[in-house]
Structure formats: structure tokens, C-alpha cells
Design a protein around this ligand. Structure first.
Ligand code: BES
Ligand code: MN
Ligand code: ZN
Length: 499
């Protein structure tokens, strides 16, 4: 996909297959819509008076308007003007991009970013347009021999802005392209079947990123090296499967040592390429969706790709612990006690609570980087889906500053999180009669006790945990990975460099 800016002509003079302009539901036209309305002698006001309510998420295509050079004008509903924020703008750009794909055009021009929007800059709005276009163009075809729908033809997206905004817009478009590519990598890894996307495959993908981007150094540890690191908890899960586990470490080093004098930020991803539950086996219905249990890992790879393409001026380290959770003669059994890398012993009361067993050793490994902060990303609990549904990622942290930074990065990128509690009072539920800690905390507050478990391994640094069980993929007819939370993480990392 190619991205550019259009600054020259009046908007009605712009020649394009599809021109996007926004309208508020209170009947207020944006300046861009106003230009088109005037040139076409009221075509937009006319539809506003009749069928179009301009609700957020809605759109209408108007063809061959008199006085307008664009073949089609896509009028996009922005909802109420006072409620129009970053998330609303990102959603509007997504509607524009999706409509360009549906209309099967090869190029389009969006004027949406020319409308000021609370909590955004032109640069951030340009970012939203480019990443929306790349997301709209994603098609899964890796394991299909026939296309079910024609391949998207969209090749070029332009952003309409003033001459003064040109440089800022171009910068934002380049950043949005990096983010979009990161999102689509995460989606592809999530969507690939579990017999293709194995731990080994994730390791190979990481190594390939290391070849493609100069700033990335990638190391993939195999079983022997993982054993040498004493990751007894991670290995206990991996042992149940014939697929060998991998432990991936990716390090982004900024050019010319531009680290802003700060310690690295470490991302840790749960990489269960399939979670059958193990001996505490899951029910068969929808078990295929447990191929998505590596979406935390996929978001780490996607974010590292974005960081590398952005040439971010901050040191970022991505860690992935990847294996399968399978029942077998060598699998964990309920009642087993294992020793984690930290030395703490864990009583495994349910082999399906394997994500925390894998992550705890990766979190201990992260200590060696003396990080500024560690963020883990995991499809950790069904309970988080019960609590927050598919709208917000669960955010857990004792550090208010880190939590607030992640929450606002979520709002700015339209990839939102909701803060959950992490009080010490919940820790009691993890008491074990036979080990230092149990791996489950019972029914109440399941996503909180999972986070509490992880917290026992994070005393050496500032830490936040993202439970993406409800947001990493969609089920049903629209089944597919979302690439979340790559937008939030990348926005957070950008904000760490002052952007
Ligand atoms: N990967 C699952 C969590 C999950 C389940 C994510 C459904 C998305 C949809 C995780 O490994 C798991 O099985 N968690 C258990 C924990 C329980 C045994 C304490 C769960 O949520 O049921
Ligand atoms: Mn599980
Ligand atoms: Zn799992």
C-alpha cells in the first residue's frame, strides 16, 4: 500500500475514486463536508434531511455529485460532536478504509483528519488513517487454495490536508504504516492453524524479523537452553507435547545509541500455539479457538516489527515463551508440584491454568535487563471475557503511572483497556498446602487471581499485565485475530519517546 498527502486543490477539485468526508449527528458538517456540500448545491444537507442520521459507524456513498470531481463521496457519520474523540476518529478512518475495500476501488482520499479532534494531533490522525487502510486490506489466504472473495484492489490512500500540515501528516502516515504492518503480522500469526504456527514457526518468524530489520537482534532458545535457565514451570507445560518449546528474545537497539538515557521496556508474550487444557482437558466446543492462545506472543512480534520499522528511539525487548499444552503420559497432572525459575514452588491444581506457569519463568528471565518497565500480554483467563467482554482488554498493575499511560495509549489508538483490581486481599486465594503457591484461585475473580499469581514473580521492576482473552480475536462468523493490543502497545512506546 502506498500513502501520500494531497494539499493542492480545493476538496471538490480532488480527482479520486472515493473521497471520505465526515458529518456529525447533530447535523453539523465538518469543513470538508461543507466544501462538498456547497460545490454540489446541497447534496450532503439533502441526505441529512432525509435518510442519513450520521450516527457513529454509519456511512453513505454518493456518486457523481455535480460540481465535485471525485467519482464517489463517502459521507461518514461521526456521531455527536461533543463525544468525538480519538477513538471516534480512528473508527471513522476504519469505516472509510473498509468502504474503499467494499467498493473495490484502487485508491481513495480521506479528508477526515482535517477535522480537529480532542486528544489528537494531525500526526496521530494520519497514523490512524494509514493503519486503518492496512487493516482493511488484510485477507487470510495462507491455507486456502481458492479465494472466497476477490483480493482487495486498494493500492493507494491519500490524506487531504493543508500545506502547513503536510510534513506532520507524512510523518504520521509512515508511522501508521509501521503500526498497520505490525497489526497484520499479529493477525496472520493468530489466524494460522496450530499445525502450521507451532512454537518453532514463531521462532522462525522472529528470526526472519531479525534479518529484515537491522535494529533487531533475535535469539531463539531451544529446550536444552531453556533447561539450562531452570525454567521448571514453563518446561512442565511444554513436556506434555511432542512439539519442542522455544523461548524468544528480540532486542531493538535504536540507531546511534539514542536510548534517551533510559533502561529498556520489556514486553512478554504468552505463546501457547495450542491450549487443549492438558489433563484438565477443555470441552470440545470451540476448542479450535485455542489456536489463538499465542496472541500475546503474536502481539509482541507485531509490536517489535512496528518498533523496528518506526526506528523508535527507545530500547525495547520482546520476550516470548512458546509451547503447546497437551494431554500425554508426560503431561502435568493435577497435584504436581513444580519449581519455577524464581525458586518458588507451584502446586498445579488445574493443568488448564498453564499460561501463568509459562509466563512466570519469562517474567523472572526479564529481571536481567534491569528494565524501566515490564508489560506482559496474555490470553490468560476466560474470566476476563466474562468481566469485560470483547470491548476492553483487562489491565492489571500496582503502578498508577504505568497503568494511566497504558490506558491513555489505548484511548489514543482506539484499542482500549479497562483497569482491574490487584489488591493483596485476593492473594489469599492462591494459598497451597503443599507448595509456595497454587496455580488457581477458585471461581471468584478468576482474572484477578491469575494476575495475582503473576505478580509474585515481578518484584524486581514496574509491571503491568494485559489480559487479552476477550480482545485478541473474534469468534463466530467473523472469526479472526484482531491484532490487538499492537495499537495500544505501539502508542505507549511512542509516548515514551515524547510522541
Ligand atoms: N487460554 C485459556 C484462557 C482462555 C479461555 C482465553 C477462553 C480465551 C477464551 C487459559 O489457559 C485457561 O484455560 N484459563 C482457565 C483458567 C482456570 C483453569 C483457572 C480458564 O480461564 O478457564
Ligand atoms: Mn488453559
Ligand atoms: Zn491458555
Amino acid at each position: 500500500m502506498e500513502f501520500s498527502t494531497q494539499t493542492s486543490a480545493g476538496l471538490h477539485q480532488v480527482r479520486t475514486a472515493a473521497l471520505g468526508v465526515g458529518v456529525f449527528s447533530d447535523g453539523v458538517l465538518t469543513a470538508a463536508a461543507e466544501v462538498i456540500d456547497r460545490a454540489s448545491e446541497g447534496a450532503i444537507s439533502a441526505v441529512l434531511k432525509s435518510e442519513f442520521k450520521a450516527k457513529a459507524g454509519s456511512h453513505l456513498v454518493l456518486r457523481s455529485l455535480p460540481g465535485v470531481k471525485a467519482e464517489r463521496v463517502i459521507v461518514i457519520g461521526l456521531g455527536k460532536q461533543e463525544a468525538y474523540k480519538a477513538t471516534g476518529h480512528a473508527a471513522a478512518e476504519q469505516t472509510f478504509a473498509n468502504t474503499c475495500i467494499t467498493l473495490n476501488v484502487t485508491e481513495g482520499v480521506s479528508a477526515l483528519a482535517s477535522t480537529e479532534c480532542e486528544g489528537t494531533t494531525l500526526r496521530a490522525r494520519a497514523r490512524a488513517l494509514a493503519s486503518a487502510a492496512l487493516r482493511a486490506g488484510y485477507r487470510y489466504d495462507a491455507t486456502r487454495t481458492k479465494d472466497i472473495e476477490p483480493a482487495p484492489r486498494l493500492k493507494k490512500i491519500s490524506l487531504w490536508t493543508t500545506r502547513a500540515g503536510n510534513t506532520e501528516a507524512r510523518q504520521g502516515l509512515a508511522e501508521g504504516a509501521a503500526i498497520g504492518n505490525g497489526i497484520n503480522l499479529a493477525r496472520l500469526l493468530g489466524d494460522l492453524p496450530p499445525n502450521v504456527c507451532t512454537p518453532t514457526y514463531l521462532g522462525e518468524t522472529a528470526k526472519k524479523l531479525g534479518k529484515d530489520f537491522k535494529s533487531l537482534k533475535v535469539e531463539v532458545l531451544g529446550r536444552k537452553q531453556i533447561e539450562a535457565e531452570n525454567m521448571g514451570s514453563f518446561l512442565s507445560v511444554a513436556r506434555g507435547s511432542d512439539e519442542p518449546p522455544v523461548f524468544i528474545v528480540m532486542r531493538h537497539t535504536p540507531k546511534n545509541g539514542k536510548t534517551r538515557g533510559k533502561a529498556p521496556i520489556v514486553l512478554v508474550g504468552k505463546g501457547l500455539t495450542f491450549d487443549s487444557g492438558g489433563i484438565s482437558i477443555k470441552p470440545s466446543a470451540n476448542m479450535d479457538e485455542m489456536k489463538y492462545d499465542m496472541c500475546g506472543a503474536a502481539s509482541v512480534l507485531g509490536t517489535m516489527r512496528a518498533v523496528a520499522e518506526l526506528e523508535l528511539d527507545r530500547e525495547v525487548i520482546g520476550i516470548v515463551a512458546s509451547c503447546e499444552n497437551m494431554p500425554s503420559g508426560r503431561a502435568n497432572k493435577p497435584g504436581d508440584v513444580v519449581t519455577s525459575k524464581s525458586g518458588q514452588t507451584i502446586e498445579i491444581l488445574n493443568t488448564d491454568a498453564e499460561g501463568r506457569l509459562v509466563l512466570c519463568d519469562a517474567l523472572t528471565y526479564a529481571e536481567r535487563f534491569k528494565p524501566e518497565a515490564v508489560i506482559d500480554i496474555a490470553t490468560l483467563t476466560g474470566a476476563c471475557v466474562v468481566a469485560l467482554g470483547h470491548v476492553n482488554t483487562g489491565l492489571f498493575s500496582k503502578d498508577d503511572e504505568l497503568a494511566d499511560q497504558l490506558l491513555s495509549a489505548g484511548r489514543e489508538s482506539g484499542d482500549t483497556a479497562w483497569r482491574m483490581p490487584l489488591d493483596d486481599a485476593y492473594q489469599e486465594q492462591l494459598r497451597s498446602n503443599f507448595a509456595d503457591i497454587a496455580n488457581i484461585g477458585g471461581m471468584p475473580a478468576g482474572s484477578v487471581t491469575a494476575a495475582c499469581f503473576l505478580s509474585r514473580f515481578t518484584n524486581a521492576y514496574r509491571w503491568a499485565h494485559l489480559d487479552i482473552a476477550g480482545t485478541a480475536w473474534k469468534g463466530g462468523k467473523e472469526k479472526g485475530a484482531t491484532g490487538r493490543p499492537v495499537p495500544m502497545l505501539t502508542q505507549f512506546l511512542l509516548s515514551q519517546t515524547g510522541e
